[in-house]
Design a binder for this molecule. Structure first.
Ligand SMILES: *Cc1c(COP(=O)(O)O)cnc(C)c1O
Length: 414
């Protein structure tokens, strides 16, 4: 009987970064030299040129007229937000402090929106003072904003974040459908809209966000279609015409073996149909998609240095100076059910064939501190640099840096 030979799934090629003489280049700088320039490992490096190129390619792929917003919680580093603000049509913030960074970046307040399930009174007042669009997520927010409007006389611009009555299929993280803390259930929205009208808030539209990290175009197409249809239905109860319709995003990037880059063609075709229909049925509405990781995730790497090389009962461990405290998602502890390896390479031995199967671990006293688990890599020793690709989103800001009080990570935009 012949054995069925199955190719092991591999990572999508990380060809967005060039290498020279075996060394990965970031913004034209070889990795070791960049480490010297920064003065330490570990660090995150984001490549300006890759960010610019990603937005340009996305714009070229999408039908004209679709606005692109950057959901800055994916990477809130101020220099990254400054850079993105010049490329995209708007910034989505999720806290009063993110709002400060977005305003500092020079983004037009008219094109900043604020979502999140627990906005504090001070944050709502900050948002109203800034004149940004507030995505309302509860009845309490309506009454708080009504009080702010009464006390100040400022116009208060609002949209309603809707918890749809369906889910985004095959998303890494579901953020709509069923009972959720996000938004207001579609069936409660007509009542909420009535209250917004009575409170004299400036209603501008709807925000629907079904989920995140989706690599299946047909699921995204279906969700955007359903979101649009739902918005059309809800618009009938709105106190004024819809000017703003945020259909979410959820575009994923390939992290794990077997995953491919998202094919935008059907998503784009679908958005073109939606945009044409919107012209007729919601003639005043601008259609927005909001993306975080898709815009920034592939443009960033995390770099740490090997401190030690140990063999334990036949298995080789490379112990690095960075780990889960800087990069929780790569350690597998940020939303993964089964731990899988991010794309990892020895950043100063690019092109050297994988000569051994090793685990890369961090310096923390916990078995959770794993950066690569039994992965084929080029042979490496203390002093070599480990690179984790796909690290431009949900990296430093999404990691517990105070845990075990190791040195903090540095972030640079190159
Ligand atoms: C987190 C979030 C995003 C960004 O999600 P990505 O997967 O990074 O694209 C967009 N919109 C809302 C409302 C979010 O909460």
């Amino acid at each position: 009987m012949s054995e069925v030979i199955r190719e092991k799934p591999v990572h999508a090629p990380m060809d967005q970064f060039r290498s020279e003489a075996g060394e990965l280049m970031v913004g034209g700088i070889p990795l070791h030299r960049l480490a010297d320039r920064i003065g330490q490992t570990p660090f995150y490096a984001y490549d300006r040129e890759l960010l610019t190129r990603r937005v340009a390619e996305l714009r070229a792929a999408l039908p004209p007229g679709i606005k692109i917003h950057y959901a800055m919680k994916a990477n809130p580093m101020p220099s990254v937000v400054d850079h993105m603000a010049r490329l995209v049509d708007g910034i989505d913030v999720a806290s009063g402090r993110e709002l400060k960074v977005a305003l500092d970046s020079g983004a037009n307040p008219h094109e900043i929106s604020f979502a999140g399930p627990g906005k504090r009174h001070e944050e709502l007042r900050q948002a109203a003072a800034a004149g940004i669009l507030i995505n309302i997520e509860s009845f309490r927010e309506v009454s708080e904003l009504a009080a702010i409007r009464q006390a100040t006389g400022w116009p208060v611009r609002v949209a309603v974040r809707v918890n749809p009555d369906f889910e985004l299929k095959s998303s890494g993280m579901k953020m709509g459908g069923g009972p959720k803390q996000f938004g207001v259930d579609a069936e409660q929205v007509p009542e909420l809209l009535a209250q917004i009208g009575e409170a004299g808030l400036a209603f501008e539209g709807f925000h629907l966000f079904a989920g995140s990290q989706n690599l299946r175009p047909e699921a995204i197409v279906e969700a955007q279609r359903k979101c649009f249809d739902l918005a059309l239905r809800l618009a009938e109860s709105a106190p004024s015409p819809v000017k703003f319709l945020n259909l979410g995003g959820g575009f994923g990037i390939p992290y794990f073996p077997g995953e491919q880059r998202l094919d935008l063609s059907s998503i784009s075709a679908n958005l073109a149909v939606i945009a044409a229909e919107a012209k007729e049925k919601l003639p005043n509405a601008e259609i927005v998609i909001e993306l975080g990781r898709y815009l920034v995730g592939e443009a960033g790497i995390y770099v740490c240095k090997i401190l030690d090389r140990k063999v334990s009962r036949g298995h080789t461990f490379l112990v690095a100076d960075g780990g889960l405290h800087h990069h929780l998602s790569a350690s597998g502890n940020f939303g993964q059910v089964i731990r899988k390896n991010y794309p990892v390479a020895i950043g100063d031995r690019i092109g050297t064939p994988a000569g051994e199967v090793v685990s890369v671990v961090g310096p923390l006293c916990t078995p959770l501190d794993i950066l690569a688990d039994r992965m084929p890599l080029a042979e490496a020793h203390p002093g070599n640099l480990v690179v984790i690709f796909q690290s431009g989103a949900y990296g430093a800001s999404a990691s517990p840096q105070a845990f075990l009080d190791q040195p903090r990570v540095v972030e640079v935009l190159v």
